[in-house]
Structures are given as structure tokens and as C-alpha cells.
Design a binder for this molecule. Structure first.
Ligand code: ZN
Length: 250
């Protein structure tokens, strides 16, 4: 599972995604220049910007920064370029650049690997107790028996249900910090807010879901909370230090 996570997070955006869509240079050269100069400020030098013709497949909005070393790239789906104003796009790019420069992908790979190992181990330990109690009724006494597959699937589902809130709390934290970085580098509070409104309209998401939904389903902070945050967080206006200020090149 760990190699699959690595392939999914690190390799797919660079080598698999371009098999399905056209990755072309950005058409709006003025916007490209703004994005590249922000990338420089964020500490991502020598990157390329791609525009992807995703509108043939979906109306979903997306943008990301991926790759390592000379495969480094900033990717924008044409859907988001069309739907968002340049200041909104700049905030989204600031958020995506944060994931890249703060090494979030690596944290995510490490954290998910840890949780997978922990839940598989828990399933293994629990299976011992289950087999000792009901093994004769099941007709198998070891997990090495292929007949145990349904039991393994059941136990893995139970433990992944238990660890899901942990892994989502972790990704929500990462996303929140990326919002903070995006705000600090653009200082575009209002555009960040309207960008979230567009994401909300686009995804038909519930901006303020209940607690259970948030804990078990939300990989990002709910959009209502993200909008509250961009309204409340403006240290540059209050003369407070920025959390990520020392990372920005002047
Ligand atoms: Zn993000």
C-alpha cells in the first residue's frame, strides 16, 4: 500500500495525468508571469506553468504544484482559469505553492503510511482474538488461510473507520496552514473569500456541515470555516509578524 501511496501522490501528477489530457503552456502570459514571480517569492524557482484542457471532462476546479527537481510544475485546469478572477487565482496558487514548499506531500505520505501500518497491525492482533474464540466455527484458524479474506476485510474496515478521523484531522490541519500561507503571500483576504464561495457553488458543498460529517468526511476545513478564517486573519494589517514571512523572498 505504501508504494501505491507514493505512486498516487508523487508520480501520478507528473507521468500519469498527462496521458489523459493536454498539458499546454499557459495562454494568458500576463497571468503566467504573475504566477511565476509569486513562485519565486515562495521559494519555487525554475518551475513551468501548464494549462490543462480539463473542461472536456469536468466542470470541477483544480490547480496544483507537483513534481520534484526538473519535473517541478505548476498546473492549472482551464476550468479554474475561466471561473476565477486573477486575484482569486493568485490566492489559490499561493495555497497550492504552500503544499509544495512546506513539504506537505511528504508529511502526507509518512503519516498515511504510519496509519496504514497501525491499522493493519491492529487488524492482525484483533484477528488473533477472533480466531481463538470462533475459529472452529469459521472453519479456519489462521489468517494465512484464504478463507480468512472476508474476516481481514471486515477488520481492516473497522480499524480504518477508527483511524479516518485522525487522518482527516491531519489533512485539515495541512489545508488550514496552506490557506494561511496563501493569505500571507497574497494578502488578498477578499479574493480568498470569493474564491471559496466559487468553490462552494461549484462543488455544491455544505459550507457548515455537522460535527460527525466533518470528523469522518472533510479532508479540508469546511468552506464556512475557511471563509471565517480569511475574514479574521490579517496580521499584516495589525502590524503582527507573519507565520511564514521569513520564507518569502523580498
Ligand atoms: Zn490544499
Amino acid at each position: 500500500m505504501i508504494p501505491f501511496i507514493i505512486v498516487g501522490n508523487l508520480i501520478a501528477p507528473v507521468w500519469i495525468a498527462p496521458l489523459f489530457n493536454k498539458f499546454e503552456p499557459m495562454r494568458d502570459k500576463a497571468l503566467e508571469t504573475r504566477i511565476l514571480s509569486m513562485a519565486d517569492r515562495a521559494g519555487i524557482e525554475g518551475s513551468r506553468v501548464f494549462e490543462v484542457n480539463k473542461s472536456v471532462d469536468t466542470k470541477t476546479l483544480n490547480a496544483y504544484v507537483a513534481g520534484i527537481f526538473n519535473t517541478r510544475r505548476i498546473v492549472l485546469w482551464d476550468t479554474i482559469i475561466k471561473r476565477m478572477s486573477p486575484p482569486e487565482l493568485m490566492f489559490v496558487m499561493g495555497h497550492e505553492m504552500a503544499h509544495y514548499v512546506l513539504g506537505h506531500v511528504w508529511y502526507l505520505v509518512a503519516f498515511s503510511s504510519l496509519l496504514i501500518m497501525a491499522s493493519l497491525y491492529a487488524a492482525y492482533r484483533a484477528s488473533g482474538a477472533v480466531l481463538a474464540r470462533w475459529g472452529t466455527r469459521f472453519g479456519f484458524t489462521t489468517l494465512a488461510d484464504i478463507a480468512s479474506l472476508p474476516l481481514i476485510l471486515l477488520l481492516v474496515s473497522v480499524f480504518s473507520l477508527i483511524v479516518t478521523p485522525l487522518s482527516l484531522a491531519f489533512t485539515r490541519h495541512i489545508e488550514h496552514e496552506a490557506d494561511r500561507f496563501g493569505l500571507e503571500i497574497t494578502q488578498a483576504s477578499h479574493s480568498a473569500g470569493t474564491a471559496f464561495v466559487k468553490l462552494q457553488e461549484d462543488a455544491l458543498a455544505n459550507p457548515r456541515p455537522g460535527l460527525l460529517y466533518k470528523l469522518w468526511r472533510e479532508s479540508h476545513p469546511p468552506l464556512g470555516e475557511r471563509i471565517d478564517f480569511v475574514n479574521a486573519y490579517h496580521p499584516w494589517r495589525d502590524g503582527q509578524p507573519l507565520v511564514y514571512g521569513d520564507r518569502f523572498k523580498k
